[in-house]
Design a protein around this ligand. Structure first.
Ligand code: ZN
Length: 138
């Protein structure tokens, strides 16, 4: 854990996502009407406006859709982590289903668009784990 690191504050909509992360499962909210996945968690489907949704465990596999290198820390807590690569990962379940994170077990200069990655869960507090990424193996 990084001293001073901001932690997620689960609410009614996002609680299943964070509880899944704590258990080591990547859960995505899915519309019960049109079956479209969505992230971030929210009450209404952006596709069909249905309020009915379920939570489904997804593969945790995706590819780097885009990335940047942060050279200045956005908060003092991250001062010793820069330069830091921040990636946008598109999950294989659905084009447009994307999460922000960081790539572990990979040199910054090896991150590229299209890099196949898989989720890893990083414990940052007693009851909080964050989904991060590493290059896919095999
Ligand atoms: Zn829908």
């Amino acid at each position: 854990m990084i001293e001073g690191q901001p932690l997620p504050e689960p609410d009614e909509d996002s609680r299943p996502f964070w509880e899944g992360c704590r258990r080591g499962e990547l859960l995505m909210q899915r519309c019960a009407a049109c079956r479209r996945f969505r992230f971030y968690p929210r009450p209404m489907c952006p596709g069909c406006r249905s309020f009915d949704s379920t939570w489904e465990k997804v593969s945790g596999r995706g590819t780097v859709y885009s990335w940047i290198v942060a050279h200045k820390p956005v908060m003092p807590a991250f001062a010793d982590r820069v330069p830091m690569v921040v990636v946008l990962v598109e999950l294989e379940e659905d084009a447009g289903l994307r999460l922000v994170g960081q790539v572990r077990e990979c040199a910054n200069e090896d991150v590229r668009i299209g890099l196949p990655v898989e989720v890893v869960f990083e414990s940052v507090a007693d009851d909080v784990s964050l989904p991060q990424w590493r290059p896919r193996r095999g």
